[in-house]
Design a protein around this ligand. Sequence first.
Ligand code: C6P
Length: 409
Amino acid sequence: MKTQPFPIEQIRQDFPILRQSVHGRPLVYLDSAATSQKPRAVIDTLVRYYEEENANIHRGIHTLSELATADYEAARRKIAAFIHAPDPRNVIFVKGTTEAINLVATSYGRAFVGDGDEILISAMEHHSNIVPWQLLCEQVGAKLRVIPITDDGELVIEEYQRLLNPRTKMVALVHVSNVLGTVNPVKQMIEMAHAEGIPVLLDGAQAVPHVRVDVQDLDCDFYAFSGHKLFGPTGTGILFGKEKWLDSMPPYQGGGDMISTVTFEKTTYNALPYKFEAGTPNIAGNIGLGAAIDYVEGVGLEAAGAYEHDLLVCATEALQAIPGLRIIGNAKEKTGVISFVLDGIHAHDVGTILDTHGVAIRAGHHCAMPLMARYGLAATARASFAFYNTRDEIAVLVKAIDEAKEVFS
Ligand code: C6P
């Protein structure tokens, strides 16, 4: 059977922002790992929500509140299906990956981590999957242990095995690195942790927009991701948790909606997932995230992944051919992220010059300072791709880098 060509022109039409010019040049948006652009379907959903059904959820008995609640819970069901969660009760709405991990570190930590225990993370974690665990360790007297990586940016699995021990109370691991693009062998690593009775949290911020995530197949205990990197609104995100953990963890925050009954003497808590959703949530945003998932499923995550892989290969070859450019992160399994350094030019200067060409990349430590230290770098430039990017845009990137080199030669 002949495969259909990826409908890139049609897809680009779906993203109004991509029609912009920056400094008089067509925008080349290569910063989707920081946040993705939003399709018209998501923008329209937000507008429609505010124009037609804005109301608080789970509280009112009036029509608008019922409409908003129905759309909100429909979004939760879509998200549950998208990651193949066993039940929508496993899906907790949060602000983003950062809040999801803080929730687990605080709440699981309070219940299950004590003096002398260990939390195992890796050398390629984002600060969001380092600092919450550090805070916990400081509070309870636990220790943070770190799985090392190779120069190519792959986890050293033998060291991981060695670090797992009866004191390990959690393995918290990035699924796809935001700096290196490495796709970690998380299924195998979860099996290894479970063999020792240790739960695993995956930071999926950079994975969900690119690879199919099936939380039941992975058998992860927790999975965290942000809606804004998945073509959804900012301020949205998801924590998936297995029921056995969520049931046995205390609430993260107290307030409205997370309670069943309150007296001054004692409060009883709401059922899952509401026990972890205190206060009025980002109603419009979460409904918008549901629309983003509909959109992504319409494009086809697998077709998009194959298209992005092609872009990654094309960009890697093109950048490797630039004298004085070094790619940081050469794992065998990668998604569309390329970090690089240029001889004699600071990453921030690369970013600034590229911007004058209309090319948006990120430059800096990418909220992964320990990883930068591992490579002896203060910063890298990073181009990151989504399925709305094109080979022509990679050519613009290469030309802009060449010109940056000329400026500094
Ligand atoms: N990385 C980047 O440019 P929030 O901010 O909560 O949506 O996501 C935090 C986060 C956690 N884990 C990983 C692997 C991430 O990449 C991010 C966000 C962005 O790389 C902004 S720092």
